[in-house]
Design a protein around this ligand. Structure first.
Ligand code: PXG
Length: 395
């Protein structure tokens, strides 16, 4: 059995992956088991914003591995306080609830929003409603897929959790019409990642934020994929000059080394979950927090965001100005692109396979979209190398 067959025979890791078995990686490069090199233009769906084996993050992890990796939740650890403090400084919000995966953090935000609706807003028991957007992706738990509109994410997994209403993305009037006295929160991706890098119409997020404030509804931003530098700002919502009531982070927060997610909010909201009412064995563990502290230190310097902004402009301009015969539309922001293919041409899967033959690792999403999200530490030369090959495949 070769390495691909071995994975496919014994692993239920069910992602229709390209037949590449990665053995090691550094910076923007991954090497397969035969030591062929590919440029990683997917970066763990934005979990590897700082590149593979980032020396600063590895050093933070190594140092913490030698000290203490996990404590019982009955004790604090000396990385948790500084990590939470740094995250409040970066986001301008007051309190952090650390979790592990993105889905757990979204679940946490759902619980927080519901509890707030009962305790603060005065919604009648079990009546709280959360408004979400069509084509959302917030994770894979039973409650989260309950409000997915993607049949492949929810089909056959019911019965579903009630209390959610779906509105079209980018339509503030639909949101206005859906809000009622029982509405606890509006949960939104500032850029929809899994839907294919869908950037909402200008002014949408700001109008939705204002509407939530007027109607006493929490504005909950899922920045698990859009956050932490990807769009050229620390948070995607900074492009709109707004702050959320509740912010959800994950993926790159753990530096590609360890799962680490967080819900961030002001105490006024966060306080409704009292000690002992929510938690996780690994949430806020010292290893994750030590890596997270270094991630936040990198972001506090601002260089990664500035590079993502300037390189992102060049990246998207080059793709948009090239004469790409197979492409209908290029969406994107920062170092993040969703390439919509023309119908009748090769499928997104076929384009990914052609890119693979050129040494580029990318992934299709749905039938017609190819997504590019290189590590934000990519150099000018590496970006040129990738663009030349991507343009060749798409022409
Ligand atoms: N919110 C957003 C915006 C995401 O993109 C999650 C929440 C959930 O995070 P976790 O850590 O629980 O995966 C995501 C995840 C997949 C998959 O097949 C998920 C994502 C990207 C690619 C594949 O589950 N994004």
């Amino acid at each position: 059995m070769d390495d691909v067959q071995l994975v496919e025979r014994y692993s239920a890791h069910n992602y229709h992956p390209l037949p590449v078995v990665v053995a090691r990686a550094e910076g923007v490069w991954v090497h397969d088991v035969q030591d062929r090199a590919y440029m990683d233009l997917l970066s763990g769906y934005s979990a590897l914003n700082f590149g593979h084996g980032n020396p600063r993050l590895l050093a933070a992890a190594r140092a913490q591995l030698e000290r203490v990796t996990l404590t019982s939740r009955a004790f604090y650890n000396d990385q948790l306080g500084p990590f939470c403090k740094a995250l409040t400084e970066l986001t301008g919000l007051e309190a952090v609830l650390p979790m592990n995966t993105g889905a757990e953090a979204v679940e946490t935000a759902v619980k927080l929003s519901r509890r707030w609706a009962y305790d603060v807003k005065g919604v009648a028991p079990d009546k709280a409603k959360i408004i979400v957007c069509a084509n959302n992706f917030h994770g894979r738990t039973t409650t989260i897929v309950s409000f997915s509109t993607d049949p492949s994410a929810r089909g056959g997994f019911g019965p579903f959790t009630p209390g959610f209403e779906v509105v079209p993305y980018g339509d503030v009037e639909a949101l206005r019409a859906a809000i009622d006295d029982d509405t606890a929160a509006f949960l939104v991706e500032p850029v929809q990642g899994e839907a294919g890098v869908v950037v909402p119409p200008a002014g949408y997020l700001k109008a939705a934020r204002e509407l939530c404030r007027e109607r006493n509804v929490l504005f909950v931003a899922d920045e698990i994929q859009s956050g932490l530098g990807r769009t050229g700002r620390t948070l995607a919502i900074e492009h709109d000059g707004i702050t959320p009531d509740v912010l959800i982070l994950g993926k790159a927060l753990g530096g590609g080394i360890t799962p680490l997610s967080a819900v961030v909010a002001n105490w006024e909201i966060m306080k409704v979950i009292r000690p002992g009412e929510h938690g996780s064995t690994f949430g806020g563990n010292p290893l994750a927090c030590a890596v997270g502290r270094e991630v936040l230190a990198i972001l506090a310097e601002g260089e990664v965001q500035a590079r993502a902004a300037s390189m992102g402009t060049r990246f998207l301009d080059t793709l948009r100005s090239a004469n790409l015969g197979k492409v209908k539309e290029i969406r994107g922001i920062g170092l993040w692109a969703g390439i919509e293919l023309l119908p009748g041409g090769p499928s997104s899967r076929e384009v990914c396979e052609a890119m693979l033959a050129e040494g580029l690792l990318v992934k299709d999403t749905h039938e017609t979209t190819v997504r590019l999200s290189p590590p934000l530490v990519i150099t000018d030369e590496e970006l040129d190398w990738a663009l030349e090959r991507a343009v060749k495949v798409l022409s």
